[in-house]
Design a protein around this ligand. Structure first.
Ligand SMILES: [Zn+2]
Length: 1050
């Protein structure tokens, strides 16, 4: 090892010059991470595969400026030099550096890190007078040459650089080492990768423009980080995340403060930021530092319903009481993501010029400012949605500068809009790669999957000893839970078993499939499709606990006292099962009710044997019901909540399409199954928390904040009900009493408000939170986790691994793998929480998209579908909020329009606009005009007309307009209210498919769509069972999501 001294002249990202002297040790052996290595390098971990045509070594400046391109998974064999990584760290800061580190860690990306500066033969000393850039380039070139020699010329090396001198200087120096520009590289090697080439031209354009920016200041400079830190410490400044009001995006934003100073203890935890100058280039989601304005300049939030989103007026709207108001003085962290924008429509003749034009693109998310983009495609892309990234926002620029990343398609087309929803929620669901699919077990007619005999020995074999069955909605494909129950009469005990798909047997920790599942974190359900977390061979086949086949399971089995049902013993472990019956709810309930029912599994056997088997099954179901009733009663005493009580079930035809969502008869057996799952989740939570008090994954549901219940309490009072919100038990009891026999919707809306007031249930690591945070308010359990759905939730996979480790530890043989530490687990919990929120938002947005597409086809003046019954559930200053049960739509109905006219009601209840005034009361709103006074009360049924408010750049929205103050009785046959939603999805899908086939015919002539098509078609048959299970969760979070389907548990 050789010691040298290394002198670095660094410019930090804040612009300070630093001279650093470091001792530097050189070694002969530095791993090359190449599978072609003949020199016995210590290549632990990721290595470059043998079947590549070349390795590519990007210059430091290329990594700094074009990392996005290097992130394309198609690019293989990338060697990142230490020199380049350090350059990123110094010139781009921690965020970009972490991005590079994650890229290097991610085994789905074919790239490695070479510590060239520690390698004796590749390290270069900086020469006198040599610029840092030239030195970096020389180091990288030297590393490229080292690779070529180290691998004995077995593979050519391509160095890519933007330095034209370097291309000229180095390209002929060493055979086998090629030096080319990024553009030439992409052209030569990745000609088919249009996206990368387009991205290159858009980034290089931005870089060129940066050099020629104007100097006039539009905004105040941000303060240096040291000043911000000192200011926060002294209490002069406050910091938090900027949240832009989407209804008043240009004017109103607030900062939820994380470090409000003690001096201002009278102020709330929210600071208002009004206007663009005060927002000072902060973008929604950024972590900012604000300075409070003098009290005389404090303002309130606008309280009226915002009409006509986009156009904003100011001044005349009434405001809430003044809030602390401030201005942004600096930014701690940018949280920029990919944004979908729309290229503006251009007037006048279309120029054919190939020159770059600067345009202002409008983000789909109203909270994001317009982004200036240079493009050659301004004309071609008018009316298209495009993904862009923001590069910078200088104080001299009114708008941020960005570059386009890829084109999604024409606005208004279903696929464009669905992709927009995914990108806006940072959901990435590329098809599973071939490498991932190669990890999967095979199960085909030629090569059927069989149980490995080694596994039979290791597992508890329940195939002969236990009657195992599943109960699901009709048509369910992915069965992840099964049950068993039997009497151990000789010992006075009952044995209850819950057997869950053993997903972690097939998904090895750290495998490509595992990484992909982890980054997805959940299966995504949209209105017309789903994106699975795991490949179909697992989710619909080998992990699915189908009837009549051998399957691996993770089981929890309780021995209960036959009389008191007290737990005598619990066994956790891996099992081998063969489910005897795949029942559906109605069938199971029919058997319980003693009705005559045909069990498909028993169709072909003799009647005597059939009777015996039927009796055995019925007895098991009865025993299960008995146990579940007891468990439910136990939780009820503890205060478990039943939220929104309407349940629905999916009806699927032979092709597994949903034909209807009809309200489910409230069957007890449904609750029975749910109760057993809750029990299993609870007992697994106990187990892992006891064994890993600092590193177990639990699911907590924090108690709600009392002030959030205000609307619920006031609304209930208006109807003569008292709601007690002091405890979950009191709330549950009072909600049960608040039933209007004349109108079942009242109770439903109250439960909806209760749900709305709730906190979200969240995953947490036991090591990161105190024990009182473990409590699950909704279920009234001291500990809870997710164990029962590993096919579609990554949290359950983590919990299965924890349970496995716990079992190994108790039997003294493990754990075999190191567990994630508390910090890692907490990060994982946060990641899953984030992805769950994204999944919910995407689901909600896609439902709204379908609602809009449905109504867009109809003329609101003539089409009967556009007239519906609505219920008022909230009173506002200038209108009311209405729920339309038939379509599951919620939205504002204005009582006063922009012209100052108010809704006036005639003798027959019909409404029209007249000049007049409006007045708001706690439980009603009144309008006065020459026709007299009209009053609209909470829970009144009114008739509304639904139309679509189309916008070019954003999502369409539905517009509700009152046309009569009387209820609407449909002339159509009375429909169950959930059915409308489903018909609507079908109708829109049908139209979209027609359009799709037309496009395909066109594509036969052009064929350029195929990549998108492949992406979209991952799964076109949504599994409503899973959707409904998901909805159970939603019931504890935000009922806005799927307002028409709701359920009981978490
Ligand atoms: Zn080597």
């Amino acid at each position: 090892m050789i010691k040298t001294e290394k002198i670095l002249h660094l410019k930090s990202c804040r612009g300070r010059k630093v001279r650093v002297v470091r001792e530097h040790y050189l070694r002969e052996r530095v791993p090359c991470y190449s599978s072609l290595c003949q020199a016995d390098c210590a290549n632990d971990g990721k290595v470059l595969p043998p079947d590549l045509t070349h390795y590519v070594v990007p210059d430091a400046a290329v990594v700094v400026d074009y990392l996005e391109i290097l992130e394309f998974r198609e690019l293989q064999g990338i060697v990142f030099t230490q020199t380049a990584c350090k350059a990123v760290q110094h010139s781009k800061g921690a965020r970009q550096y972490n991005r590079l580190r994650n890229l290097l860690k991610d085994s789905r990306h074919d790239c490695v890190l070479f510590a060239n500066e520690f390698q004796k033969y590749s390290y270069c000393l900086r020469e006198k007078g040599e610029s840092q850039e030239k030195w970096h380039t020389r180091c990288v070139y030297s590393a490229a040459v080292w690779y070529y020699n180290h691998l004995a010329g077995m593979i050519p090396i391509v160095m890519i650089t933007e330095d034209q001198d370097a291309v000229a200087q180095y390209s002929c120096l060493s055979s086998g080492v090629y030096v080319v520009s990024v553009q030439d590289y992409l052209q030569m090697f990745w000609e088919q990768l249009d996206a990368a080439r387009e991205l290159y031209s858009s980034i290089s354009q931005v870089l060129q423009e940066k050099e020629s920016e104007g100097m006039e200041k539009e905004y105040a400079e941000h303060l240096p980080a040291e000043v911000l830190e000192a200011g926060i410490k002294s209490g002069r400044y406050i910091w938090g995340t900027l949240n832009v009001n989407k209804h008043r995006a240009q004017n109103e934003a607030s900062v939820m403060t994380e470090g409000i100073s003690k001096k201002n203890s009278d102020s709330s935890s929210c600071v208002l930021v009004r206007g663009g100058k005060n927002r000072n280039r902060a973008v929604h989601g950024d972590v900012v530092v604000v300075e409070l304005l003098p009290k005389s300049e404090w303002r309130g939030k606008v309280t009226a319903l915002a009409e006509g989103q986009g156009e904003e007026k100011s001044g005349e709207d009434s405001e809430s009481k003044p809030l602390p108001t401030g201005r942004v003085v600096g930014i701690l962290q940018r949280n920029w993501r990919d944004y979908v924008v729309t290229f503006p429509l251009r007037e006048g003749p279309q120029s054919q010029s190939r020159n770059f034009q600067r345009i202002l693109a409008v983000p789909w998310d109203r909270r994001i400012p317009k982004i200036r983009i240079s493009t050659q495609q301004a004309d071609a892309l008018q009316d298209h949605r495009v993904v862009v990234r923001i590069d910078s926002w200088e104080s001299t620029s009114l708008y941020p500068n960005g570059h386009s990343v890829r084109v999604l398609g024409r606005t208004g087309e279903l696929e464009t809009e669905v992709q927009t929803i995914l990108i806006e929620n940072s959901i990435h669901v590329a098809p599973f790669s071939d490498a991932q699919l190669r990890e999967m077990p095979v199960n085909s007619p030629e090569k059927p999957w069989r149980v490995d005999p080694a596994q039979v020995v290791q597992r508890r074999d329940l195939r002969e000893s236990h009657l195992v069955f599943s109960i699901d909605p009709q048509g369910c494909e992915d069965v992840d839970d099964t049950l068993s129950v039997r009497s151990l009469a000789d010992r006075g005990l009952l044995e209850l078993g819950v057997h869950i798909a053993d997903v972690t047997h097939f998904v090895t920790e750290g495998s490509l499939t595992d990484l992909e599942a982890r980054s997805r974190a959940t299966t995504y359900y949209l209105a017309d499709r789903r994106y699975d977390m795991l490949p179909a061979v697992l989710s619909a086949d080998l992990c699915s606990l189908l009837g009549g086949v051998d399957r691996f399971a993770m089981s929890v089995m309780w021995e209960l006292d036959a009389h008191t049902l007290a737990v005598n013993n619990v066994w956790y472990g891996r099992t081998l099962i063969r489910s005897s019956y795949q029942l559906h709810y109605e069938l199971a309930q029919a058997l319980l009710n003693g009705e005559k029912a045909e069990v498909p599994e028993l169709a072909k056997i003799g009647s005597e044997e059939k009777d015996a088997k039927l009796a055995e099954l019925t007895q098991a179901l009865e025993l299960l019901t008995h146990i579940a009733r007891h468990l439910r009663a136990q939780r009820d005493r503890g205060g478990a909540l039943e939220l929104e009580g309407v349940e629905v079930r999916a009806q699927l035809d032979e092709e597994k399409n949903i034909t209807a969502l009809v309200p489910r008869q409230p069957l007890e057996v449904h609750e029975t199954v749910a109760e057993c799952m809750i029990y299993a989740n609870h007992w697994v939570a106990r187990k892992i928390q006891e064994l890993f008090p600092h590193q177990a994954l639990l699911r907590g549901h924090p108690p709600p904040r009392q002030e959030f219940f205000q609307q619920l309490v006031e609304s209930a009072t208006a109807r003569g009900f008292t709601i007690d919100t002091r405890t979950n038990k009191a709330l549950a009891d009072s909600l049960n009493r608040a039933v209007d026999p004349q109108d079942p919707l009242v109770n439903r809306l109250l439960r909806m408000m209760a749900t709305h007031a709730m906190s979200q249930a969240l995953y947490l690591s036991t090591g990161a939170q105190s024990q009182d945070q473990y409590y699950h308010y909704g279920l009234a359990l001291d500990r809870y986790t997710h164990f029962t759905s590993p096919i579609r939730r990554y949290a359950d996979i983590v919990v299965h691994r924890l349970l496995t480790a716990a079992i190994e530890m108790e039997s003294g043989v493990g754990p075999h793998r190191a567990l994630a530490n508390s910090k890692e687990l907490e990060e994982m919990a946060q990641h899953i929480n984030k992805k769950n929120r994204a999944a919910q938002r995407a689901q909600k947005l896609s439902t709204e998209l379908f609602q809009c597409l449905f109504f867009k086809e109809r003329d609101p003046q003539t089409d009967e579908c556009c007239i519906a019954d609505g219920v008022i559930y909230s009173i506002r200053d200038n209108g009311v909020l209405v729920f339309v049960p038939e379509y599951g739509v919620k939205g504002p109905v204005y009582m006063k329009n922009r012209e100052g006219q108010v809704v006036a009601t005639g003798q027959d209840g019909s409404c029209e606009w007249q000049s007049g005034s409006v007045r708001r009361y706690p439980d009603h709103i009144s309008t006065t005009s020459s026709c007299g006074t009209s009053t609209f009360r909470l829970f009144d049924h009114i008739t509304v007309r639904i139309s679509v408010q189309s916008t070019h750049c954003h999502a369409d929205s539905l517009n509700l307009e009152v046309i009569s103050n009387k209820p609407h009785h449909s002339t159509k046959p009375q429909q169950p209210h959930s059915q409308g939603h489903c018909q609507l999805v079908q109708e829109v899908v049908r139209l979209a498919e027609e359009a799709y086939h037309q496009a395909q015919e066109k594509a036969a002539r052009h064929h350029k769509f195929s990549r998108e098509e492949r992406e979209f078609c991952q799964s076109k048959t949504p599994n409503l069972y899973s959707l409904l299970e998901e909805v159970r969760e939603l019931a504890l979070m935000d009922l806005d999501m799927v307002p028409q389907v709701c359920a009981t548990t978490a």
